[in-house]
Ligand binder design. Structure first.
Ligand code: CO8
Length: 262
């Protein structure tokens, strides 16, 4: 575990890195120092060959209640623009190749909702509360929320949520496809499910997992034709991996064997 002020890190299961947002007094509001630590912890896990999946979670009450309103309040246009405020938040989406699971309990509002949407897989508790309330503060989502929420749930629903600032529940997140799984119970039950999935992913060929994440992400950027071609090229390339040969052998002999980085 690293030594951070606003987050906790641990490896609760083999191959699984857990990052817990830990600013309880501010409901895990995402101040810049927190994000700096989060990015550092993500990079460390991403560079660690023993880690095959990462989970980001918060507390029972709050995944994150937004960007830090107290930090943003005095910002001017020129300061925000010249410092490219909030741009470092994209690190997770643009640079991290290891799959990241968001385990959301409680509030995921504004920047908190956007952080959860940046993750590759989103699990939440039934008690989770999502929302993009920025409009109530006279602003708009600034960390990809308008783009990722719209891709996740379609234009009309996203427009309604972003222009009214209304919250939506964990149950709705599941029904609309924002969350891959809605877990009854508290944070403990939620994390159990996240661990299971993370362990499964971490047990597979790292090369194949990185490629799988890459091709699904390409579907968000490319036309269908380009995306299918991109997928096929990477599919072809994986015939060159040792893990693919081991996997094929394992399938023929009905035996699971250790896959790694080969
Ligand atoms: N930023 C800073 N501090 C916060 C935040 C936040 N987003 N949310 C909560 N806190 C703090 C409170 O100020 C309070 O601190 P203190 O005890 O010192 O007064 C502490 O956390 C506990 O909060 P509450 O007492 O309010 O707890 P409740 O259980 O009564 O209420 C709520 C919980 C409903 C979540 C409530 O705290 C709330 O509404 N919070 C704000 C939610 C919000 O509007 N979030 C969106 C922020 S905007 C955003 O994320 C913008 C993204 C990028 C846009 C960039 C624009 C330039």
């Amino acid at each position: 575990a690293g030594s951070y002020e606003h987050i906790l890190t641990s490896t609760p299961k083999p191959g699984v890195g857990l990052i817990t947002l830990n600013r309880p007094k501010a409901l895990n509001a995402l101040c810049s120092p927190l994000f700096k630590e989060l990015n550092e912890a993500l990079s460390n896990y991403d560079n660690d060959k023993s880690i095959g999946a990462i989970i980001i979670t918060g507390s029972e009450k709050a995944f994150a209640a937004g960007a830090d309103i107290k930090e943003m309040a005095p910002l001017s246009f020129s300061a925000a623009y010249s410092d490219n405020f909030i741009a470092p938040w994209s690190h997770l989406a643009t640079s991290i190749r290891t799959p990241v699971i968001a385990a959301v309990s409680g509030y995921a509002l504004g920047g908190g909702c956007e952080l959860a949407l940046m993750c590759d897989i989103l699990y939440c508790s039934e008690n989770a509360t999502f929302g993009q309330p920025e409009i109530k503060l006279g602003t708009i989502p600034g960390a990809g929320g308008s783009q990722r929420l719209t891709r996740a749930i379609g234009k009309s629903k996203a427009m309604e949520l972003i222009l009214t600032g209304k919250n939506f529940s964990g149950k709705e997140a599941g029904e609309w496809g924002v969350a891959a799984k809605v877990v009854p119970g508290g944070k403990e039950e939620l994390l159990e499910q996240a661990y299971k999935t993370a362990e499964t992913i971490a047990s597979y060929s790292r090369v194949a997992v990185v490629a799988g994440k890459e091709v699904v992400n390409k579907s968000q950027e490319l036309s269908l034709k380009e995306g299918v071609e991109y997928e096929r090229r990477l599919f072809h390339a994986l015939f060159g991996s040792k893990d693919q040969k081991i996997g094929e052998f394992a399938l023929c002999s009905a035996e699971r064997v250790g896959l790694g980085w080969g």
